[in-house]
Design a protein around this ligand. Sequence first.
Ligand SMILES: [Fe+2]
Length: 240
Amino acid sequence: MSQTAPEGFAEALNRRDFLRLAGLAGTAGLVGAAAPAAAAPVTELQAIPFKDSLTRMEGISETTVREHWKLYQGYVTKTNELRAALAALPPDAPANATYSPVRELKVELTFALNGAKNHAIYFDHLGGRGGRPSGALLRLIERDFGSYEQWQNDLQRSGLAARGWAWLVYDMDLQRLLNVVGDSQNTYPIWNAVPLVALDVYEHAYWLDYQTNRANYIQAFFANLDWDAVQARAERFRVV
Ligand SMILES: [Fe+2]
């Protein structure tokens, strides 16, 4: 897993000009979440609070969770370093598509920031009791996948087919739910899609507990999902 630090840039912290990512407002794990149009720019990313229920899950050990959480915190730290480094770049900083500071910082920002976002969703909606959603969210899943069981089977198979993540997203252009895959933190984004469920299938998420048996880990993931958290996320982004 790449978490390369922009050596030499970290000292040049300049929070004055942190990226004006107004579109980030309202995203899990970001400080100052509010209506995007009027909100002040997010000045620094912070990890979401650690829930005690994450240490009491069936099938996903406390050791795995605590080690995994360290990686999440690393993504948050590197996001802030990268944003500071980008803000500190001089206007004439070398920009080249093979290698340049501008390219490397911008590419790694997508890795770090998406890594932080993915894990914020993951840890926010674990520590629950599994089961299934209800109400409008369940009806949306049934409309777009046929049944809850068909959705679950498709996400499980997506997780087996992916090298990093599988997500349930709501595509605002297609106006429907999709299960999509990613091979890394920053592949393969779909614009205007809201991630509702984030299934981490990197080996670090399950190796200690399951070794190569990813399928059993995914079953444990479903058994510990907190559908209230998924519902809250769907409501926050007006999916339901
Ligand atoms: Fe992870």
